[in-house]
Design a protein around this ligand. Structure first.
Ligand code: AMP
Length: 111
């Protein structure tokens, strides 16, 4: 059995309503939101992170940010996209994903 939690969500083994879905990716609400809007863009094909991913899937996911941000009502006011990578980068799920976060004033730097 695949023990990758995002693969299991993609396959429907773990229910998670889709904010967006196409043949290459899904977007779901983060289970522990860091802001009023916090969704995860997740490729359907497993790959651990941005370094192992094919450029085409990263480009595809980024190309959908405007549409999803518009749908969530945060396009005009602004938002943040984040790809935590590796242990020191704060990555806790080793399946590529982009955080799309907004709905409040976001601080910088993030730590
Ligand atoms: P990262 O720490 O950058 O790897 O991000 C992983 C994110 O996945 C975290 O923000 C978690 O809250 C989120 N997460 C973990 N399990 C689930 C789940 N079952 N459904 C939705 N989000 C999840």
């Amino acid at each position: 059995m695949n023990d990758c939690i995002f693969c299991r969500i993609v396959e429907g083994e773990i229910p998670s309503p889709r904010v967006y879905e196409d043949d290459k990716m899904i977007a779901i609400n983060d289970v522990a939101p860091a802001a009023p809007v916090h969704v995860l863009l997740i490729p359907k094909k497993h790959t651990p992170n941005v370094m192992t991913a094919e450029a085409e899937i990263v480009a595809h996911m980024l190309s959908k940010v405007e549409e999803i941000a518009t749908q969530l009502g945060i396009k005009e006011e602004g938002f943040r996209i984040v790809m935590n990578t590796g242990e020191k980068g704060g990555q806790t799920v080793d399946h590529l994903h982009i955080h799309l976060i907004g709905g409040k004033d976001l601080g910088w730097p993030p730590c």
